[in-house]
Design a protein around this ligand. Structure first.
Ligand code: NAD
Ligand code: TYD
Length: 347
């Protein structure tokens, strides 16, 4: 079945986060006749200011609540006559999931389950945002396709895989109209600086060390967040109900190559790089085949090198956005995650 009903009233969970806020801005720019309700708990990663330019708009509103709160969710969907839920809400950082895993199960598994239950009760289509990490790390000669088995290896990836399976189970058991996109590593504006590209860019701008885990030869597909947004839009408008679509560029690079692009874009010295103790269970390589999405007419606009360079430039030009973040609670996390790792490296 193709989607013939154009979604007019969207509940975007996690819409104050990195990808969610980019999606809301993109969607309202493309479809100004639709209404968007952002539903967000505003964790450390969820920031109202990511949509500061849009809050005055009559077709955007914010509900501050948890996706695990069934009453609040039902109310938000009913009061706003929601016809599509797009679920970005999640705990999203692998390193945080190693330090404190239980909240990942609370939000990513139980929260998604509550969302599915509300969607089922009210008969609302749900689009779920997943990740390439559910496939686990993969052989050098393979690209993950949507039918591959899920083999997650971090608490974050395992919680996302569990959520994917719940979404698919609801489609099978209750005939709930669902779609899933599995995104590659996204980069771009408003990414919280715990993730590698914004961490490295902001450290470089501040003249601080760049902590590369292990040998830095791990491979990622660094995709521009704009292309993720257009990929999701393509699936919302033209995807098959019940189907899963990979979204990425299909091309990966090593972390050391990514660091080179960040430093060269910012004109910073490569002597800032430090190889530090590796992440436990670090996935060596992600790579996805994106032909299924391309068959719907989608094409990425940016190659991974451009995507990383554009992201680094955004951090150079938007210091006012990230400086308050880096001087706040982020410091405590940074100390926990990096102080010991960096102490053992030459300066
Ligand atoms: P993010 O951490 O920047 O934002 C997450 C958002 O979810 C925040 O606004 C936060 O406040 C909100 N949130 C967290 N827990 C919540 C809860 N219990 N109830 C309501 N809101 C809650 O994340 P992101 O990088 O924008 O990722 C968005 C989605 O995309 C996630 O589902 C993630 O797994 C997926 N994804 C991310 C990437 C990536 O590279 N960042 C790649 C592929 C898929
Ligand atoms: P990250 O942005 O955390 O995304 P993910 O782990 O979900 O792919 O990390 C991207 C890559 O960069 C990953 O291979 C881990 C590596 N990395 C570092 O080498 N140092 C760091 O400080 C961080 C945060 C990540």
């Amino acid at each position: 079945m193709t989607t013939d009903n154009f979604p007019k009233r969207l509940l975007v969970t996690g819409g104050c986060g990195f990808i969610g806020s980019n999606f809301v801005r993109y969607w309202l720019g493309q479809h100004p006749e639709s209404r968007v309700v952002v539903y967000d708990k505003l964790t450390y990663a969820g920031r109202r200011e990511n949509l500061a330019d849009l809050w005055d708009s009559p077709n955007l509103s914010l509900v501050v609540a948890d996706i695990g709160d069934m009453d609040a969710l039902r109310r938000a969907c009913k009061e706003n006559q929601i016809d599509l839920i797009v679920n970005f809400a999640a705990e999203t950082h692998v390193d945080q999931s190693i330090l404190g895993p239980l909240v990942f199960t609370d939000t990513n598994v139980r929260g998604t389950h509550v969302l599915l239950e509300v969607a089922r009760q009210l008969g609302i289509r749900l689009h779920h945002i997943s990740t390439d990490e559910v496939y686990g790390h993969i052989r050098d000669d393979h690209q993950s396709v949507e039918t591959d088995e899920l083999a997650p290896r971090s608490p974050y990836a395992a919680s996302k895989a569990a959520a994917d399976q719940l979404v698919q189970a609801y489609a099978i058991t209750y005939d709930l109209p669902v779609t899933i996109t599995r995104g590659a590593n996204n980069v771009g504006a408003y990414q919280y600086p715990e993730k590698a590209v914004p961490l490295f860019a902001t450290n470089a701008i501040l003249g601080e060390a760049i902590p590369v885990y292990g040998d830095g030869l791990q491979m990622r597909d660094y995709a521009h967040v704009h292309d993720h947004c257009t990929g999701i839009e393509t699936v919302l408008l033209h995807g098959q109900i019940g189907e899963v679509y990979n979204v990425g560029t299909g091309r990966e690079m090593t972390n050391l190559e990514m660091v080179d692009i960040v430093l060269d874009t910012l004109g910073k010295d490569h002597s800032l790089v430090r190889h530090v103790t590796d992440r436990p269970g670090h996935d060596r390589r992600y790579s996805m085949n994106v032909d299924k999405l391309k068959a719907l007419g989608w094409q990425p606009k940016y190659d991974p090198k451009e995507a990383v360079a554009e992201a680094a430039k955004w951090y150079a030009e938007n210091q006012a956005w990230w400086e308050p973040i880096r001087s706040g609670e982020f410091r405590e996390y940074y100390e926990k995650q990096y102080a010991e790792r960096l102490a053992g490296t030459p300066s």
